[in-house]
Design a protein. Structure first.
Length: 79
């Protein structure tokens, strides 16, 4: 989640994973995968920096997971 400031000065917290596009027209418009749009005071570069910082934090804390762990072929007994 990232904190942004709406045009009226209130804070909004957005799920960074849902951001599809960011426009500078002249205010910053954030389009989400849900179809919602947000106009914010933050610049496009600020929003990008917040998303990068969020993803760096979230994904750096994850352990590398082997998706095949536990699904390997088992040896059949000879005979």
């Amino acid at each position: 989640m990232i904190k942004l400031e709406k045009l009226n000065g209130t804070m909004v917290v957005l799920n960074a994973e849902l951001i599809e596009s960011i426009e500078a027209a002249p205010d910053t418009v954030i389009n989400l995968a849900t179809g919602n749009r947000y106009l914010v005071k933050n610049s496009v570069d600020e929003v990008i920096a917040l998303v990068v910082a969020y993803k760096t934090k979230v994904y750096s804390e994850r352990k590398c997971v082997d998706p095949l762990e536990g699904f390997g072929k088992k040896q059949l007994p000879a005979g």
